[in-house]
Structure formats: structure tokens, C-alpha cells
Design a protein around this ligand. Sequence first.
Ligand code: NAI
Ligand code: MG
Length: 357
Amino acid sequence: MRTHRIAAIGGDGIGPEVIAAGLQALDACAERDGGFRLDIEAFDWGSDYYRRHGVMMPSDGADRLRAFDAIYFGAVGAPDIPDHLTLWGLRLAICQPLDQYANVRPTRILPGITSPLRHVSGPELDWVIVRENSEGEYSGVGGRVHKGLPEEVATDVAMFTRAGVTRILRYAFEIARSRPRKLLTVVTKSNAQRHGMVMWDEIAAEVAREFPDVAWDKMLVDAMTMRMTLKPETLDTIVATNLHADILSDLAAALAGSLGIAPTANLNPERKTPSMFEPIHGSAFDITGKGIANPVATFWTGAMMLEHLGERAAAARLMRAVERVTADPALHTPDLGGTATTAQVTQAVCEALRGDN
Ligand code: NAI
Ligand code: MG
């Protein structure tokens, strides 16, 4: 029997609710598969931990995670603690030292879900967004001087390294190559930002030569929002910087029906360190504790985790179960216009897993 060691970090808000649901579905999946088991260790890191200890996680937190095969993460953020403290204290404090430099965000319209785009029924929108996850606009370089004074200055410096840009572009070309359409769109803003973004364009052209079988094109990020909305069928794999892809992927999630179904993986493609799997959404204070958080994003990211762990059959089975459940509007949570609860959706997915051949 194969054993995979998973670190589960529910975090804040609805994070612990959706991770509990996700673990239930993963357990049902492992049971149905019979070939592997998940050895779960839960960590209570997050804003409650911060209120008790003054830090979001212990100082050796990221190092402790190295012993695991994967990390299953909920969300981080609390109304009473500044977001930059919670984000940098937990999520980025894990992603950066573990060098999870590729953030992969598949987007498609699951059965039963209605896109806000009038002419899109499903097949026209099937994308993978690859987000640079280790540098760029979120490198953390910058500072503030003369705090609170009239002459106060604040800078955030976007750091782009040849090594960092090359590795994410190469990874994106590889993802594009692995998909039927073999089509990559490289997003920058190289008209206005004439240093880092121009380097991106140049490196894209260089890396493209290694992938003669992949068709690729370039878009400016502002025009990209229009293309995603008006011509979704012309896109397949998309690669962009940390900031740009962060924004575009929220748009993608909305176009696919709800933030509550959008998954993501923070990958170290070389597998030197564990990768981290999480729903795209945040802690959703407005619905915390109500039992109505949509667990589908967490199930989908669980399927991505299984695939990463080499459990391809189980990953496919979990997605089939999720799709059988989303196809039934009676099992939609309120974000999708329904009345179902987290528990009902979770139970339905577990039942679909048990009934899957
Ligand atoms: P959010 O994603 O938490 O919520 C945005 C809206 O989407 C809310 O109306 C919420 O109810 C809804 N929503 C999100 N996930 C849902 C789900 N699974 N089911 C049903 N509805 C769902 O984003 P917001 O409000 O901007 O941020 C709240 C907190 O979360 C902040 O502290 C922010 O920093 C943090 N955050 C953390 C992220 C992470 O941990 N990766 C990502 C985004 C935000
Ligand atoms: Mg975001």
C-alpha cells in the first residue's frame, strides 16, 4: 500500500471548513481506490495562532513541511489583522522558502455551472493559467521611509531574474505541449514597463525555440482581459507574472462560474520540496461559520494533489465525482445560486466516489 504524507493547514475563515470537507472526500477517494492511504498531519497555523504567539506559524514552520509529500492549504486572512501580515506570515512564508515557483490554475466550466458569459456553454473555455510564484511584483523588495510624515515614500520593486523568468516560461511551454491544442499565450505589459517585461518577451522568444511544436503568441495584460471575456475559445495555456496572473485568474474563476470552484497548485516542478494545493479563494469572512462555503475548489485542488502524488486514477475518479455533483443544481451552494450546504455537497461527492466504477 502506498502512503502519502500530507500536511493539512486549514488556516483562517472558511479555510478549515473547506479543508475538513476536502479531507473527507480524499479519504473516501483513497478508500475507493484501495491502493494508497493518506497520512494526514494537521497544523493549527494562521490568525488564531498569531493572536496566541505573535507569529502566523513557528519560525521553523516551512522546514517542518519539507518532511511531507504535499501540503493541503485552506486560506489565510482575518478581519482584525492586516492582510500583508497574514499573507507574508503564512502563505508566502511557505511558498517562497519551498521554492514553489509555478502556480498552476486550471479553469473550465464544470457540468451544471453557468458562465456569466452569454455565449459560453463549456468547451469554449478550457484554460490553464501558469503564474510566476517566486519573484516579480511580489518579491517583497521595497520599503517605506518617513512613515506618516508628509514626505513619506513607499516602493515595491518588481524583481525579474533571467533564471526565474526562464524556468516559469519553460514550465508553461511544457504544460502547453502536454495539452491537445499546444497553444501558449505569454502575457506582459512590455509597452509601459520597459525593462522587466521586455526581458520576459525576449526570454519567451528564446524558450519558444525549444518548443517548435507549441504555437504561442503575446498579449498585453489589459488587452488580455478583453480577449478572455470576448474570445475565450482562442486561449488555452496562459503564462504571466505574479501580479498579472493573480488578477487574471480571479477573472478566469468568475468567468467559469464562481471563485468557490477554482483550484490552484503551488508547484516545485523539480520535486525538490513539497508542493502546496489550495483553493484560489480567501477566508470569506462574510460566510465563515455558516456551513455554506463551496468545497468544490478544495476538492478540485485535492484532485490536483493526487495527480501530483502519482495517483492519476484516483484523481480522475475524484473529478468525475465532483462533476457528477456539480451537474445537479440541487447540490449547488449559495455562491452558485443554490441552497446546498458544505456538508451536503461533501456527502454527495463521497457517495458518488463510492458508486464510481
Ligand atoms: P475571498 O475569496 O475570501 O471572498 C470573496 C467573495 O467570494 C466573498 O463574497 C466570499 O463569500 C466568496 N467566496 C470565496 N470563497 C468561497 C467559497 N468557497 N464558497 C462560497 N463563496 C466563496 O476574498 P476577499 O474577501 O477579498 O478576502 C478575504 C480574506 O481572505 C482577506 O484577508 C484576504 O487577504 C484573504 N485571501 C487569502 C487568500 C489565500 O489564502 N490564498 C486568497 C485571497 C484572499
Ligand atoms: Mg488572488
